[in-house]
Design a protein around this ligand. Structure first.
Ligand code: SF4
Length: 180
């Protein structure tokens, strides 16, 4: 029987808290091993990227969970979404952004002996889960994509009880909400 070794693609600590706790407790059937992957070259500016990364690392360390951090190649990400700067959130730019990050996650999985991917990129109410799932499936190849429905109540409870740094925009410069 094939063991499931999962890469959990994460954007930040508040979105991933519940999923990480479910996985760490063994609450997701058939997942034998997992690692949290932080690959978010979409985040701008770099100071914001560092805040989200620090918070992600702090949370993984608090649970004794493995994590990996990949390169912050924001200029290459900008090239990938060129021409789509004016798209709204959930529009075409987001589909490209998700696929860009999943593609690198698949490469990470292949290089490191993992055979499945799941993510928390769709848990925010601002996101379209089906768009996230489609982007992942379009690049997964021989790596299995698991569209796990995480426990929202658990995530919200952890987030109420934990003093996470919380951002008020998705990540890229085009998603920064203007103050009214
Ligand atoms: S709004 Fe979020 S998902 Fe969409 S392109 Fe920007 S960072 Fe990526």
């Amino acid at each position: 029987m094939n063991r499931t070794r999962l890469v959990l693609v994460s954007c930040c600590a508040p979105c991933s808290s519940g999923a990480i706790e479910q996985l760490a407790k063994g609450d997701i059937p058939d997942v034998d091993d997992f690692i949290v992957l932080f690959y978010n070259p979409n985040i701008f500016p770099e100071s914001e990227y560092k805040k989200r990364l620090d918070e992600q690392i702090k949370y993984c360390d608090s649970l004794g969970v493995k994590y990996a951090v990949l390169e912050y190649d924001h200029d290459a990400w900008r090239d990938a979404v060129r021409g789509l700067e004016a798209e709204p959130e959930r529009g075409a730019r987001c589909g490209i952004c998700f696929a860009y990050r999943f593609k690198r996650a698949v490469q990470f999985a292949q290089d490191n002996g993992y055979n499945a991917i799941a993510c928390v990129l769709g848990v925010s109410r601002h996101k379209d889960q089906s768009q996230v799932d489609m982007a992942a499936q379009s690049v997964c190849g021989d790596i299995k994509y698991l569209p796990i429905k995480w426990d929202d109540n658990l995530r919200l409870q952890i987030n109420r009880e934990t003093d996470f740094y919380r951002q008020n925009y998705c990540g890229c410069e085009f998603s920064i909400r203007k103050k009214q």
